[in-house]
Design a protein around this ligand. Structure first.
Ligand code: F6P
Length: 344
């Protein structure tokens, strides 16, 4: 029996609550564990603030979007956060033996540092961006793709009615998984991803060629991190979060202006933004999140430390956090090649 702190950090994503439910249900049932929900990610640990989570408290969470624990991008290793010692002090105040951190590269990066300092911690990979290595999928990604492809379906009909180009900006800072998957699912005519800086002229030629074939509308899906090769659009370096990521967004507006200027075709843009992160998870994400939750508490009770649960094929496995975080998982070039078949 252990007393374990649970936290959710970084951008929220559908399925966080299902992970929490999975951990608590399995931990209570199988191991007699106790759980403390820490408020707002690492901020809750540093403050030593939490509430008891039992079977009753996690009832009804499976389908609920967001996170009942709240989230933040607080980084204990930055700006007087106090680092490992401050985390240990918070844990001691709450009587915690260990932690399960549910988050993306930043939250899990903190977990990795803590593990190196012998804090018992297990990580669960969360991000709609699907850019964490050593796992086939992160939960939340499937829901984001579903939301984005539903939106593209709707935009198709209005683009066609008005003979317009519609640019759909989706999330994805460094990796184009959402853009590419939603673009394939939604039948996009061009997809722009961060991994492949694009040429505006080439994009406009593709759109012109399509219109010359009598198709008077086009759908362009762009990751927020996509950028032209010539560097004419750059992120605002003055607006960064606690982990040093610049706030992105702007490629959609830029493309709206530039495509219309170069081609003369009427162009509109839509930024899907946080809609992709909100609401109830898809069935796939509910299952994956539940498996991750159960897998994480099983790993903790097997005595594993500094590990992350991961999906490999159909199996839930564990991998060292250090390995999973060494490099981000960029878009599979094969998936992009499949998408390209339908461009123009
Ligand atoms: O990391 C997940 C993510 O949704 C990214 O796709 C996006 O760039 C970022 O979070 C947005 O962060 P915020 O919610 O802080 O604006």
């Amino acid at each position: 029996m252990a007393r374990i702190g649970l936290l959710t950090g970084g951008g929220d994503c559908p399925g966080l609550n299902a992970v929490i439910r999975g951990i608590v249900r399995q931990g209570v049932r199988e191991y007699g564990d106790q759980f403390v929900g820490l408020r707002h990610g690492w901020a809750g640990v540093l403050a030593g603030e939490g509430r008891e989570l039992g079977v009753q408290e996690v009832s009804g969470l499976l389908t609920r979007g967001g996170t009942i624990l709240g989230s933040s991008r607080t980084n204990p290793y930055r700006d007087g956060g106090g680092g490992t010692e401050a985390v240990k002090a918070g844990m001691e105040k709450l009587g915690l033996d260990g932690l399960i951190a549910i988050g993306g590269e930043d939250t899990l990066g903190v977990a990795r540092k803590l593990a190196a300092d012998d804090v018992p911690v297990i990580g669960v990979p969360k991000t709609i961006d699907n850019d964490i290595a050593c796992t086939d999928y992160t939960f939340g990604f499937d829901t984001a793709v579903q939301v984005a492809s539903d939106a593209i379906d709707r935009l198709h009909t209005t683009a066609e009615s008005h003979d317009r180009v519609i640019v759909v900006e989706v999330m994805g800072r460094h990796a184009g998984w959402i853009a590419c998957s939603a673009g394939i699912a939604g039948g996009a005519h061009a997809i722009l991803v961060p991994e492949r800086p694009f040429e505006l002229d080439q994009l406009c030629d593709q759109i012109r060629a399509r219109h010359a074939r009598g198709r008077n509308f086009s759908i362009v899906v762009a990751s927020e991190g996509a950028a032209p090769k010539d560097g004419s659009l750059s992120a605002r370096e003055d607006d960064v979060d606690e982990f040093g990521h610049p706030r992105l967004g702007g490629v959609g507006a830029w493309l709206e202006h530039e495509i219309e200027r170069v081609t003369g075709f009427e162009t509109r843009m839509v930024v899907l933004g946080h809609v992709q992160r909100g609401g109830t998870p898809t069935a796939y994400d509910r299952v994956l999140a539940t498996r991750y939750g159960v897998g994480a508490i099983d790993a903790y009770n097997r005595g594993e430390r500094g590990m992350m649960v991961a999906l490999r094929g159909t199996e839930i496995i564990t991998v060292p956090l250090a390995e999973a975080l060494a490099e981000p998982k960029l878009l599979d070039p094969d998936l992009f090649r499949t998408a390209e078949v339908f461009f123009g």
